[in-house]
Design a binder for this molecule. Sequence first.
Ligand SMILES: [Zn+2]
Length: 391
Amino acid sequence: MLDVLKTQLARNYQHPFYRRKFEEAGMKPVDIRTMEDFQKLPFMTRHEINSAFESRKFGGFMTEEVVRINFSPSGTGLIPVLQTQRDVDSINGANAEAFRRAGVERDDVVMITFNYHIFIAGLNFHGGMERLGAKVIPLGPGSTERALEMAEMVSPTVLISNPSFALKLAKEGLDGVKVLIAAGEPFSSVEGYKEEVKNAFGGATMIDYYGMAECLPIACECRYENGLHIIDDFVHVEIIDPDTGEVLEDGERGEVVVTHLNKDAMPMQRFRTGDLSMIERFECDCGKTLTMPKGVFGRTDEMYKVKGVKFYPSQLNLVLRGFPELTGKFRAVIKRTEKGTDYLEIEVEGKEGVDYRRLEEAIRSALLISPNKINVVERLEKDREVIDERY
Ligand SMILES: [Zn+2]
């Protein structure tokens, strides 16, 4: 892997944007001999990409070889993401391989309900499936009626969709699907959600998929559903402490940082995604070892230190979604007791009848913090509010 990475870094170095990063670290590509050396390179951020695009047309990333311009939603606007033909081919290859591991075969009929315009999802899922040799229907987004009508006609065996739309289709009578590839929304990170969708599809294989406009694919489940395997011949993933930038050990929660291993136009080099996840290493029956057990389970933009543990409020959203009695709205109040210890109180909006023990356990196991008090209230004024009274 290090050799592949070094080849990519040498290629990046030819471009002033990346050369600056090496200069900041006082290094040249030849100085990178170990992963520790690589970890000395400064991070790349979304803010930095935005500034590049503000100051120069196409951020100075445009080359003669570029054949496709996708866009990434970025704050208030859209940021172009450039691809050469070789990039398109390697994305298609990486996706095809991931879909094959997911159990998709050449004689499958694949219905894609993602948008084909502007954003990256539809076109790239499509390219991967065509590369695999499956029969692909570029349906795009739209009403459930239209999707069901189309399904009636072609009997899809594979569906690529966000999980909420997939669930709707299943509830309205779509059947015969043996593999669902779910992307674009939290899926396996929401407690109980995957099981619910799986049941609605009569026990079909449920594949959670993770990627973003700047880098796709990043991770995808295989047919054994043991978590999302990192597509490690396409992208190198690190998990870092969002505060210190230090690379974390396997099993620790932190921010996902990605580096392309074979990309011509606009490669990501230690790019901070702002996504919260962790890595585990175990050998799956499919042969892959590097896995994100629950994919992405929050954002790292907002973080508080409570009782010595990092508290990411966005994680609470996903926990609460596992409880149908709750609306998902919450308020977390962090205080300091007279003894000087931290005190965490969480109020959640919802109806009575919630299983408190299960709620407490779900919050504790996701956050790794035991709240001092959890209240279910009928109404909260604001959505997602964190009040830190300690300072
Ligand atoms: Zn596997």
